[in-house]
Design a protein. Structure first.
Length: 116
């Protein structure tokens, strides 16, 4: 998607970590680990502005929909990096790896969000 010629980039609003989970091999174990372990650990991370999840996702064009989408927002990249370097962040990263192993094909990315 490109900007129209008259559009201008706005101020940087935040940094987002997007995690796209495929259907888990063991849904019950995934749900337990995700909801009872990963989410509470992640919510302890310093500077976390918001943490949302989406379910019942429909594919827009083709292919399979993701099982679950998680979006985590921080004010800026430095704040997010500091959060992941903290003891809580390191523990959450280890647990995130365990949860991702239950959902083969999980993808993640970090990007800056700007209003246009």
């Amino acid at each position: 998607m490109s900007l129209s010629p008259n559009a201008k980039w706005g101020e940087l609003k935040m940094v987002r970590l997007l995690v796209l989970y495929t259907k888990p091999n063991d849904v019950e174990t995934f749900e337990k680990q995700f909801n009872e372990v990963l989410v509470p650990l992640t919510k302890k991370m310093a500077g976390l502005r918001s943490y949302t999840i989406s379910r019942n996702i429909a594919p827009s064009l083709r292919g399979e929909a993701y099982y679950l989408v998680a979006e985590l927002d921080w004010d800026d990249m430095a704040t997010m990096q500091q959060a992941f370097q903290s003891p809580e962040g390191k523990e959450a990263a280890i647990e995130a790896t365990r949860v991702a192993e239950l959902s083969p094909g999980t993808r993640s990315m970090t990007y800056e969000i700007q209003e246009v």
